[in-house]
Design a protein around this ligand. Structure first.
Ligand code: FA5
Length: 337
């Protein structure tokens, strides 16, 4: 009989359903708006009156049955799918895991941190200031007027807005005088830029640390003490240095402090240009014109300043034979620290 057939057929089809998609299709086929049961009930009036009641009972019975059987089947299908997935997955507990690579500080950062620690312990203030700087602070305030030949000592990257990339940390000297008010002692580490050809000991982008102390009675001996403390703290071994006269418009007298090349032990190499010496830390007593630019009276205030070539200091400390490795971004090099 037809109604028994449709009931049996529906139950067989439901038992054969293996996926959720098939189950949804099955549900639509029987219970959907155009499904067999819905259409069957709508077509009742076309049946001879004596068959209508029986047919209605069968179809409604089948609908009730399916409405409770479909959710049960759905739960069963989901359970089987999850089971099949779990059986196909392999978990090998002997496989090595994925480790996270821990980063670490760059050698320039390590040395800068040490320098800051040493000076902070001696009561120095650590100052930060802009890398894009005005001509005034980088040159003019440092006793280097526009047409001064000393401008050629440092080739400059000029910016379109009239500023420049600071060529040396000395650019912070007059800022410090204006902001900190003497007496004070400060260091200002920072990146500096020069439009220069590069070689083993020169880069266009490198780091310096400026030291500046302003007080009433300042002497060269006083300055040498701090420079020596710095060198001993960072290089951590005995070293040979030499002090010779040096010219910088913003100091008088001015000196160059050279260190015997630690890469070759003074024998001569590309880092020291085969001279055995590396220029490391020029210094001097602050020129009265610079003190005036800081709106202070040079009759009252004197100062010393040094400009440490920190990138070169890092080279000496770790015996690195090419400065360009420091900012070259080669991880094989950086990972060694
Ligand atoms: C200056 O920059 C002065 N501002 C230093 C100074 C400060 C003098 C305070 C007096 C008082 P100089 O151009 O020589 O000076 O640079 C200072 C140091 O930076 C050098 O001794 C050297 O160690 C380092 N240096 C200079 N040019 C480069 C470069 N292209 N690459 C890497 N290091 C450099």
């Amino acid at each position: 009989m037809e109604h028994t057939d449709i009931f049996k057929q529906a139950m067989q089809e439901l038992a054969a359903v293996r996926t959720i998609q098939d189950l949804h299709a099955f549900e639509a086929r029987y219970l959907g708006r155009k499904g067999l049961i819905t259409m069957g009930l709508k077509g009742l009036k076309k049946l001879p009156p004596d068959q209508r009641k029986q047919r209605a009972i069968e179809l409604n019975g089948l609908r009730k049955e399916l409405e409770s059987a479909i959710p049960k089947r759905e739960a069963e299908v989901i359970r089987r799918q999850a089971q099949a997935q779990a059986e196909n997955e392999h978990f090998d507990i002997s496989m090595p895991g994925i480790t996270n690579r821990a980063g670490h500080a760059h050698p320039l950062t390590l040395v800068q941190q040490e320098i800051m620690d040493v000076f902070e312990r001696m009561g120095f203030y650590v100052m930060d200031y802009p890398e894009a700087e005005s001509d005034f602070f980088n040159f003019e305030a440092l006793n280097i007027p526009k047409d001064h030949p000393a401008r050629d000592m440092q080739d400059t990257f000029f910016l379109e807005d009239g500023n420049l990339l600071r060529t040396h940390t000395s650019a912070g000297q007059v800022r410090a005088m204006m902001e900190l008010k003497p007496p004070f002692a400060a260091i200002f580490p920072g990146r500096v830029y020069r439009y220069e050809a590069t070689d083993a000991s020169h880069d266009h982008t490198f780091d310096q640390v400026e030291g500046l102390m302003l007080d009433h009675r300042i002497s060269v001996a006083n300055m040498l003490y701090y420079m020596q403390t710095l060198l001993e703290a960072v290089l951590k071994r005995s070293m040979t240095v030499r002090l010779r006269p040096g010219y910088f418009p913003f100091v008088e007298p001015g000196f160059e402090l050279d260190i015997q090349c630690m890469v070759c032990g003074g024998k001569g190499c590309p880092v020291c240009k085969y001279s055995g010496w590396v220029e490391l830390m020029p210094c001097g007593l602050v020129h009265p014109n610079v003190i005036r630019a800081g709106k202070l009276d040079p009759a009252q205030w004197q100062g010393w300043a040094f400009g440490l070539g920190m990138s070169r200091m890092v080279m000496m400390r770790y015996e690195i034979d090419d400065i360009r490795l420091l900012t070259g971004g080669d991880l094989r090099f950086i990972e060694q620290f």
